[in-house]
Ligand binder design. Sequence first.
Ligand code: PEP
Ligand code: MG
Length: 582
Amino acid sequence: MSTTVTYQGIGASPGVAVGIAFVLDARRLRTPRHKLERSAAAAEVLRFKTAIELSDSQFEDLKKKLGSEGEEHTLIIEAHRLMLHDPMFIVEVTRLIKEDLINAEWAVRRVRRRLKHQFDNLDDEYFRERKSDVEFVADRVIRNLMGEVVDQELEVPPNAIVCGHDISPADAAMLVRSGSVGAFVTNLGGHTSHTAIVARAREVPAVVGLGKAVDALRNGDVMAVDGRRGLVLVNPGEQQLALFRETIRQQQLDEAQALKTAELPATTTDGHRVRINGNMEFPEEIPSLLAHGAEGIGLYRTEFLFLNRSTPPTEDEHFESYKQVLQAMGDRPVTIRTLDLGGDKVPGRKFEREQNPALGLRAIRYCLQHRELFRAQLRALLRASVHGNLRVMFPLISSISELREARSELEACRSELSRQGVPVGKRFPIGIMVETPSAAWIADRLAQEADFFSIGTNDLIQYSLAIDRQNRDVAYLYRPLHLAILRSLDSIISAAKSANIPVAMCGEMAGDATLTIVLLALGLEEFSMTAGQIPGVKDIIRRVSRTDAVAVLQQAMAFSSAEEIERFIKAEVDRRFYTGAA
Ligand code: PEP
Ligand code: MG
């Protein structure tokens, strides 16, 4: 009997799966290395360029095959094509061939290694993850130079647990499309790696960042995967298997139940109607958001348009994405947030570190200093507004002047478009993210000039409690139920109500069903969250009265410490909604 081995990785896409391991070919690419005669260099450069062309046409084929499967994979493949043709990559490889007189495979490998080091040194996790994309592209070129077969269709058994050192987004997309993947498991990757993104968008469980665990796996191993907790069990015992199977059964029941009631409105037992919207990063998430009962889009994080590219998207590229989302949502509201790029996240400035990026040139501050970039987005938004029910919001507003400046830039773009005879839709609401303590303090004044608020609790908590949201060492201090946060939320929501403007919340706090009662009590009437969180939050709202929620919060706010408040709320929530739960 084989013993069970348990691995802990990063839970990248929730859900539980049991299946047989299908280990993708983990052969390390053995790059041939030799010196060239000077007279052979020109022919070698030509061989390299031919491999680039071949790789490009393979990407084109892949795109066609995945054509009907949604925009996201297409975007990723397009990004890989851009990397392939990046002048820096081509010029550097060509230079190494000509000056160092080394073969093309070896030259590509050297450039790949250099780029990888540059990515390793980035502070931002999201951009650090992009190094694997550089590796996929370079490996493809090397394999083509070596005449290897690439992109063969993989025959994967149904419900297989697909395991790999790293799985390329193209492979992940193709495999998901075949419908036979039970889960993904990889050595590399983080929460924002592409495999994770593809998996989440398609609701396939995934555990990434397992170190070397996958190297020990064999085809046919029985595996159990918990994508929420980041757990991977190899050869689980009968009892463990039974537990996993029971969770899967429960998961299927919950999902079926959730989908059945997804369309129902979220109204409290005493008749308060709450609106539940969805948060999104990619247009491909829309079908899942709608299926889970989203009534609109509360947050579209447009900085994801910068995924894997070294140049900013053009006005037309912005426009196409916004049009696609607006059309897909029909007359439901779509809230598009202007770029929330941090100082360390912007192409071209990637290697210029700021001392303290969270307090640096980020979001609206960056856009107001880079007007061309901002104007391209604003013009695209204005043009796209003819295609649906648009709302635009500015991130990280910390003063009234920023809101005025951003609004006046938008108006300048509107006038410019009308002078140019470009059609623009009717005026749309212009709101702000309230996510800095200064915005919270002057919420009454901001409410005079903004058409709506959306509270970004992820940042509001970070800045109010002075804890870096990326820093593990202070993660224990990240407390949504800290009295300072509750008071702050209370005053933001009250300011919006006094000024008669809508107030929403799109930070993580809005999607946490254990906190729904608190937000209801504070008078929040619009929540925005990821697809999977919608049914749970709707369910709680339908089972509670607002009056009851207010009474609970009043008692909770009589305590002074976050621990006491948390303990009290948890007990109340468990008693009301989760009786009998483990
Ligand atoms: C927030 O800060 O709560 C938010 C929704 O924005 P992001 O997480 O993109 O900073
Ligand atoms: Mg934020």
